[in-house]
Every structure is written in C-alpha cells, then in structure tokens.
Ligand binder design. Structure first.
Ligand SMILES: Nc1ncnc2c1ncn2[C@@H]1O[C@H](COP(=O)(O)OP(=O)(O)OP(=O)(O)O)[C@@H](O)[C@H]1O
Ligand SMILES: [Mg+2]
Length: 241
C-alpha cells in the first residue's frame, strides 16, 4: 500500500459520483446515486436520512466492506474498488474502527479481552497491548469494569466497551452505524460525550449514521441522504450541553 495506508493530506475519505445498486429479483435497486463527498481529518460528521436512504450502504463502502457499482471511493489514500480482500482487511485492521448498533461484543470474553481483540492481529507485545487496552478503557470511563463480561454490563456500558474496541488501535477513522439506536436518552448522551472527547483529544475522524435527534445535535456536519442522494450537507455548531 502506498505510504503505508497513511494519509498525505487532510482528506481522509472522498467519494466521486459513487453509485451502488443491488439486484433484487429482476429489477435493480439504486441504494446510492452520484454521491460525491469529502471528509477531512478530525471531522465529526453524521449521515442522516430515513430508513432505506443509503446510510449503511455508504458506511460499508467507506469501511471497505463493500465496493461501489460505479464511481470511486478513496479511503486513507486507497481506492476502495481497487483493493484486494486482503488489502482491504489490512487497511481495516490498522486504520478503521467500527461501532455497530448491536455492539457486537464477544459474549464469553471480558471487556478487557474484547478491547484487546483488534490488537491481536497487529503483532504487539503483551505489555504494549496491556497499556493500549488500559488507556482505551480509561478513555471510555470503564477501567473498573475490565473484568466484566458483556452480560454483566448495561447497554450503555457495552457500547462504551465497543467504542474502546474501535479506538484502541488509534485508527484514523471511526465509522459508527446508528450507535445509539439501542440506548436510552441518558446512555446516548454519555456515548456521544465519549466520542466527542475522543474526537477532540485524539483527533480521530468520526462518521456516523443516525436518525436519532439526540445524536444530530452533537454533529459538526450533517449530511442528509434521501433516496441514495445527498440532499443537503451543512456545517453546524454542535449543542453538547
Ligand atoms: N444486500 C442488499 N441487497 C439488496 N438490497 C439492499 C442490500 N443492502 C441494502 N439494500 C437496499 O438499499 C437501500 C439502502 O439501504 P441501507 O441499509 O443503506 O439504508 P439505511 O439508510 O442504512 O436504512 P436504515 O436507517 O433502516 O438502517 C434499501 O432500499 C435497502 O433495501
Ligand atoms: Mg442502516
């Protein structure tokens, strides 16, 4: 990979006339149509729009889990549609963190082990791993729950473990698909405060999808998708009180 998957300038993600269609029976469903967007390092941006508007499809392409039907997506200096599956996996394991609606924690492992998991692929010593995992659990305010299993944690705590897992390797980019969909208002607020703090302190770029008003008020950029197209793209002053 050129420049080791790093970033030459401050553009972390760009898409140009991105199209993604799916074949459904005999017809073709257009999930994304001519999406041209640019995200810069340190952004805290959200994709909003009704169910079916293409939010997850776009995050999956940005996260190199899927490829466009036409158009281009450039992520951390790499053209997504040109990466082999192995190259895409390597880019994800080093530079991209994922946060899902359903947390996706491994149930038999402790919070500590769940956060350690992405580091096992990176060839670090156990002492290096311990430092990173301890730091990440501290960032999300769960240092004292390191030994707890997911079943012993609340939904909000589980999602904070998932955030720690997403940021433990200090990725350039974190993608979060409806991270608060299964949380109540108080836990959503805590999750967003945690992510705002990580964005500020570590400079990590966050791209969310959401239709949750509680999330939208934290965004510094709101991109509205309607029927797979960018209907609006606006900078905002976040209200995080
Ligand atoms: N693998 C697939 N095969 C067929 N159609 C798909 C596939 N993935 C997504 N779609 C369709 O693409 C469109 C966009 O879906 P997508 O999941 O991106 O929407 P979304 O904005 O994330 O919605 P939600 O808010 O419900 O999560 C939908 O019409 C969906 O049915
Ligand atoms: Mg979705």
């Amino acid at each position: 990979m050129k420049n080791g998957g790093g970033v030459e300038d401050s553009v972390v993600v760009s898409t140009d006339k991105l199209v993604r269609t799916f074949r459904v029976g005999r017809s073709e469903l257009v999930a994304l149509k001519d999406v041209s967007l640019e995200f810069h390092r340190g952004e805290f941006a959200g994709l909003v729009g009704p169910s079916g508007s293409g939010k997850t499809t776009l995050l999956n392409i940005i996260g190199t889990l899927d490829t466009p039907t036409s158009g281009t997506a450039t992520v951390l200096g790499e053209r997504v549609e040109k990466l082999s599956p192995g190259q895409a996996a390597a880019l994800r394991s080093r530079q991209i963190g994922f946060i899902f609606q359903t947390f996706n924690l491994l149930p038999v492992y402790s919070a500590y082990e769940n956060v350690e998991f992405p580091l096992l692929l990176l060839g670090l010593s156990s002492a290096e791993r311990r430092k990173k995992v301890t730091d990440a659990l501290e960032w999300v305010g769960l240092a004292d729950r390191a030994k707890s299993k997911p079943t012993q944690l609340s939904g909000g705590e589980s999602q904070r473990v998932a955030i720690a897992r997403a940021v433990v390797k200090r990725p350039e980019l974190v993608l979060a698909d409806e991270p608060t969909a299964n949380l109540d208002a108080e836990n959503s607020h805590k999750i967003l405060q945690t992510m705002v703090g990580l964005n500020r302190d570590l400079g990590t770029t966050f791209i969310f999808s959401t239709h949750d008003e509680k999330v939208i008020r934290y965004l510094r950029r709101k991109i509205s998708l309607v029927d797979g197209k960018v209907a609006n793209d606006e900078a905002r002053s976040p209200n995080t009180d």
